[in-house]
Ligand binder design. Structure first.
Ligand code: C2E
Ligand code: MG
Ligand code: MG
Length: 699
């Protein structure tokens, strides 16, 4: 038998290479597991090639480390072929590992890899073509096979613990498993070499012709090492990319969550929104039907909220809305839903309330809690709610009709003086339908300029001289007489027709004045009523000037009476328009003074020359002390601000006398003349003074 020995450096190199192999192969497992389709196949192939060729290179170096006294050579084809089983086995193993299979799977993967390693070794040795043949020590052969199977299985089982174990220990587990697998590969090789006995006089038939030499061995190991390094780098880069992708996916997920929250909530108050309530009712109503429990919908709208926004700014308005949300939530049970539909509109959905009386109690609670003044940014702010209630199934069988009817009931509550509640009644739907019909008719009437203007004189109380006229719109209805503005002006405001109405009235007045002037009548200024909503429309001033130019009228023949029936939306813009009117020489009065929400603050801001005392005070002044006090206070205030006062709605001599005594200079009312059709005005203009109508004088 020949004596054999080992080159220790090459032995160490071969073992290190095997361990590095195993480490890289294991690090590819995660990549395979997280990839799909072709990418997974590619990573498996890559890993198999890297590790398979690594084990194979290790074997080659291991053989070079073997120092025998005869020259050795390797059949190149067989040597290349010997790498196939280990590459295939590694591929299968990686694939199995990536499936995160059970213990049985780990054992199977270990067996496949062990077989691949050992068969590669013995095929590799066969490529030496030793003659006479090597005498094998069978126990060593068996030991190498056993080590291949057991070592691979143990290493793979250890690696499979990575998925189950703590994240922090993963790296150590992988290194340990890699060392174990590397050791196994090397162990299989050196046990296999130890199993060989070279008979005396044995030669390698490949010596001098096949592959041989240290340089070749080192080249092979270098190439294999490079391949390993490449795989390792690719694996690391891939992991980085994957982390990045995961981070993006996470952010996308968060954005999606935020978006879906926004789709179902109101951002300002964090309350559910309209879509949310519709969803809720769609789910709740069938259940209520089946289980026979009650559901009610309340529509809550704040009275005069827009004035808060306009006078104190949107930040205060927003904060106030949040406090209203809190007050509403405090008014109901936690199982009830409080939602915001936008603006100052809130909706409450109540389920399983015991009785209608219960709902009334809840309405009262909402009224008292929401009406409470709150301090926002140093201001004491308050607004009352108007509430409309609709009940399921009596007032509507589905979400849409319940909400619509609650809304109508809320409108009724507003009409009945605000700060209250109304339960839905079918009559309200009829009224709404009528309103809709009437607004369509009004649109047509305006297009055909069917609105006519009546005139009521303004009289100097001392002399009873007519010093001006007020233009009052009338809508003739075929067969039904004249429709009064208290019906159609709010309708026009609600349906966006108020601007058009204003234009029609202005043209009629201008045409009329031009006619009277042509007839040589002594003219007095005509006051036209405008609501703030009309002036908000950007074209107001331009249209006015155009019309006056068309009829050749001077500015001092037209005056304006401004009412605050609708809230001022764009305060800055409106004020600019009013100042422009003032600069152009138009006189303005605040109408119905004493009834508007923020008359006093407007008085400070609006460029007016006179105020008209509302007829409710005028008529009350001779009857009750409170109205008398208010009227006196208004007159005193006007005097302080150097504004003229006009008393409207004077019906009796007693009222006229009292007002004159209190210091009011101008009056208007049935006592003098009722609003007249245009054809009756010339006679009036020609009179020196008006005389009390005989029927009104004593009234
Ligand atoms: P207003 O400007 O305060 O007009 C006075 C209202 O009181 C008129 O009602 C007039 O007919 C009525 N009135 C006059 N004297 C007496 C009286 O002695 N006793 C009583 N009880 N009432 C008297 P009218 O014509 O029904 O107009 C109601 C409101 O409609 C007006 O109140 C005004 O704000 C608005 N309005 C009228 N015409 C127009 C218009 O062309 N455009 C706009 N935007 N609003 C208009
Ligand atoms: Mg008026
Ligand atoms: Mg008035």
């Amino acid at each position: 038998m020949m004596a054999v020995s080992y080159n220790p450096w090459l032995v160490v190199l071969s073992i290190a290479l095997a361990a590095l192999d195993a480490y890289v192969a294991f690090s590819v497992v995660g990549r395979i597991a997280r990839s799909r389709g072709p990418a997974a196949v590619l990573w498996t192939g890559f890993g198999a090639l890297a590790m398979g060729s690594g084990v194979w290179a290790m074997h080659f170096i291991g053989m070079l480390a073997l120092e025998v006294p005869i020259p050795l050579g390797y059949d190149s084809q067989e040597t290349a072929l010997s790498s196939v089983p280990v590459i295939l086995a590694t591929g299968a193993t990686l694939w199995l590992l990536a499936r995160r299979s059970t213990h049985a799977g780990a054992v199977m993967a270990g067996v496949v890899l062990g077989l691949g390693m050992t068969s590669m070794h013995y095929l590799g040795v066969h490529a030496l073509h030793i003659r006479p043949s090597i005498a094998w020590r069978l126990p060593w052969v068996a030991a190498s096979l056993l080590l291949g199977l057991a070592g691979s299985t143990a290493a793979i089982w250890l690696h499979s613990m990575i998925w189950r174990g703590d994240r922090r220990h993963r790296w150590w587990l992988r290194v340990l498993a890699a060392l174990m697998l590397g050791g196994t590969a090397a162990g299989v090789h050196y046990l296999g070499v130890a199993a060989m006995r070279f008979p005396a006089g044995a030669v390698s038939l490949e010596a001098g012709i096949g592959l041989h030499g240290l340089g070749l061995g080192l080249t092979i190991s270098l190439v294999s090492g490079l391949l390993l390094l490449l795989t390792l780098c690719a694996s690391l880069a891939h992991r980085q990319l994957q982390r990045h992708t995961e981070a993006i996916a996470r952010e996308l997920g968060q954005a999606r969550d935020a978006l879906s929250w926004l789709a179902y909530h109101d951002e300002l108050t964090a309350l559910p929104n309209r879509a949310n309530v519709l969803d809720l009712l769609d789910r709740l109503l069938p259940l209520a039907q089946a289980e026979q429990f009650e559901v009610a919908v309340m529509f809550v709208d704040l009275d005069g909220f827009k004035s808060i926004n306009d006078t104190l700014g949107h930040d205060v308005g927003d904060e106030f809305l949040r406090s209203v949300a809190d007050a509403l939530r405090a008014s109901v049970r936690s199982r009830d839903t409080v939602a915001r539909f936008g603006g100052d509109e809130f909706v409450v959905v109540l389920e399983r309330f015991r009785s209608e009386a219960n709902l009334v109690a809840i309405c009262r609670k909402i009224l008292s809690l929401v009406s409470r003044p709150v301090t926002v940014a140093g201001h004491s702010v308050s607004a009352t709610p108007s509430i409309g209630v609709a009940m399921f199934p009596r007032d509507g069988g589905d979400a849409a009709s319940l909400l619509r009817h609650a809304d109508l009931a809320m409108y009724s509550a507003k009409e009945q003086g605000k700060a209250g509640y109304c339960f839905y009644q079918p009559r309200m739907s009829e009224l709404a339908r009528d309103r809709l019909l009437l607004s369509a008719e009004l649109r047509e009437a305006l297009q055909r300029e069917e609105i006519v203007v009546y005139y009521q004189p303004k009289v100097e109380l001392a002399s009873r001289r007519v010093i001006g006229l007020e233009a009052l719109a009338r809508w003739p209805q075929p067969g039904r007489g004249l429709l009064l503005p208290k019906i159609f002006v709010p309708l026009a405001e609600g349906s966006g027709l108020i601007g058009q109405l204003g234009q029609v009235v202005l043209r009629q007045v201008a045409r009329q004045l031009a006619q009277w002037r042509a007839r040589g009548l002594p003219l007095v200024p005509v006051a036209i009523n405008v609501s703030l909503q009309e002036i908000q429309d950007g074209h107001f001033v331009a249209a006015l000037l155009g019309t006056l130019r068309e009829f050749g009228l001077p500015h001092d023949l037209i005056e304006f009476e401004i009412t605050e029936s609708a809230a001022m939306k764009n305060a800055e813009h409106t004020l600019r328009q009013l100042r422009q009117l003032e600069a152009l020489g138009f006189r303005m009065a605040i109408d119905d003074f004493g009834t508007g929400f923020s008359s006093l603050s407007h008085l400070r801001q609006l460029p007016t020359q006179s105020i008209k005392i509302d007829q409710s005070f005028v008529q009350g002044a001779t009857r009750n002390p409170a109205d008398r006090d208010i009227t006196e206070a208004i007159i005193a205030l006007a005097r302080k601000l150097r504004l003229a006062t006009i008393a409207e709605g004077i019906e009796t001599e007693a009222q006229a006398a009292w007002l004159q005594e209190a210091g009011c200079e101008i009056g208007q009312g049935y006592l003098f003349v009722r609003p007249l059709p245009p054809e009756s005005v010339p006679a009036l203009l020609l009179q020196a003074a008006v005389h009390p109508a005989p029927d009104a004088a004593n009234g």
